[in-house]
Write a protein that binds this ligand. Sequence first.
Ligand SMILES: [Zn+2]
Length: 355
Amino acid sequence: MLKKMKQALLGGLKTLGVFNLVQNSKWRQERLLIIAYHGTSLDDEHLWNPELFMHPDYLRSRMRTIKELGYTILPLNESIQRLYANDLPARSLALTFDDGLYDFYKQAYPILDEFKFPVTLYLTTYYSHFNRPVFDAVCPYLIWKRRDLILDLKELTGQSVKLDLSKADARDKANVEILGFARREKLSGIEKDLLAAKLAKQLKVDYEYLLANRILHLLKPDEVRELAASGADIQLHTHRHRTPMDRQMFYQEIEDNRSSIREMTGYSGSHFCYPSGIHTPAFLPWLKEMGVISATTCDPGLASQNSDSLLLPRFVDTSLQSPIEFEGWLTGVAASLPRRSPPPPDPKLIWEFAS
Ligand SMILES: [Zn+2]
């Protein structure tokens, strides 16, 4: 459904009292809405990628809406237990943040704290230890920042290719070539960081500024420790933000992630979120064997008792969702409207947070 039509329809349904009816219904009470967020901008990241970053004021306005409409935020573990015990309070929600970007510590957590809302952070740990900009994210960001320039790939990947970054397809090609080069050459974290710095230099972007302000960085172990001590729930998201199809490698991802989290928090994660929302049926028995209690996807919807606990749907809230769409999701009304399924992500551009 077209976005404007959907907004008009939701506005009409609200005026007619349908929002109120649904949010107070038995249907809604038996369901849990798990909301997913990623980053809040430290600078202009929401202008670059509004699906992953939102302005912190926008996040605050979302939290205010939740409070004003009288929703109950439960800690994730409790919300899942009560979902399957058919014991959810009216209008229940759980809040999750993916990846563990530094801005969670600096901005998002303090906002949640203002409202005393519990939160789960799905942390990917490789770049927590190697605390430099996430390569797969910073390259597209740098390229977006200088879309007034021509990029010469020669000194980056060795290709005799010049790309006019004012064109979206040329920016995509630049990203595919640079990310692909780093993967083919199996560059280490340090080598990738040098390549990103070289890209920044050619594009005349101040890489030191990104470092000093921790833009596109993950949380350091000490910051995770502090968050956990103050009540944030830190859970699994793989060590390198990837889910290999090989069983042994998949296990390794969870084990590395789990031991890092244990080191930082003193407890073992037992709730999981699929990196980039990618899941296949093969993962389910593996997760079960590893003692994972729940796993969340990015498939839109509200969870019910019929949901598989290892395939829980979530509403991914972004800067592109208007206030009426957000409210529509809280009530549950938006979940029943027809949606255009998004095109599958280009596998060449799926981020790995790894060397
Ligand atoms: Zn992620």
